[in-house]
Design a protein around this ligand. Sequence first.
Ligand code: FE
Ligand code: FE
Ligand code: ZN
Length: 296
Amino acid sequence: MLYIGSHVGFKKDGQLLGSLKEALSYHANTFMFYTGAPQNTSRYPIQDGYTLEALSLMKEKGIDYSMVVVHAPYIINLANDKDPEKFLFSVRFLQEELERCELLGIRYMVLHPGSHVGLGVDTAISNIAKGLNMILGTHPVTVLLETMAGKGSEVGSSLEEIKRIIDLVDDKEHIGVCLDSCHLNDAGYDMGNFDQFLEQFDQMIGIEKIGCVHVNDSKNSRGSHKDRHENIGFGTIGFDNLISIIYNERLENIPKILETPYVDREYAPYRYEIQMIRDKKFDPDLLEKIRGHIEK
Ligand code: FE
Ligand code: FE
Ligand code: ZN
């Protein structure tokens, strides 16, 4: 079965119920959300009333909640411990995010491994593992390390680096990987030959470690290390290659999440992109339709 959705908001009023309703408005059957603003760490307490209402609406709509994932805020950086206080702040905040996930009944939390900011990859990898070892297993939540584009000093832009982190993590049961097609492309992997990539992944890390796939086209060429997402079919990866990723039978029953940009920074593209993905047919006029110039 295809589980397809997008990232959605999570607001103080409505919380999970609001996120779910946004996802339903895109005709998605899964979704991903930040438990607050992605760029900061201010968080409101989880209100069980919203969660319970959301759970019953999911039941009614046939949404499998085990496919819904949370994304940790991207200001968390476990890679750098130059300032011990900042490092501990990241660890503590991640711990709180795991608690929020547990309260919400969420299984998977996506995390950017971090940026070494001058410390070098080796130190960064041991820092990331150190931070993860302080928190993993304290909650029944699995952390999925996201494959990164390699922008700046980002760690995790190669399978080797992801593997090295996982190797140092004690609690192997609660660590996994989130693939991001834009990031993989920008890191240099050929998304035109996804089966070969998956084979390489399977041999190095094990395909069963993949818990989520971020499906994004890329504005930049392969190996550019840029990390700028593009709408499905409008970038350098292209529609057919993205369809082969989404419908890859080895990744069936793994949530596929769109993080493509709003059109003109105003219009959410997800309902249209999801429809196009279900139809498996590229629509070159999609962005125009989203802008409302052409009737659907
Ligand atoms: Fe991410
Ligand atoms: Fe992503
Ligand atoms: Zn990205």
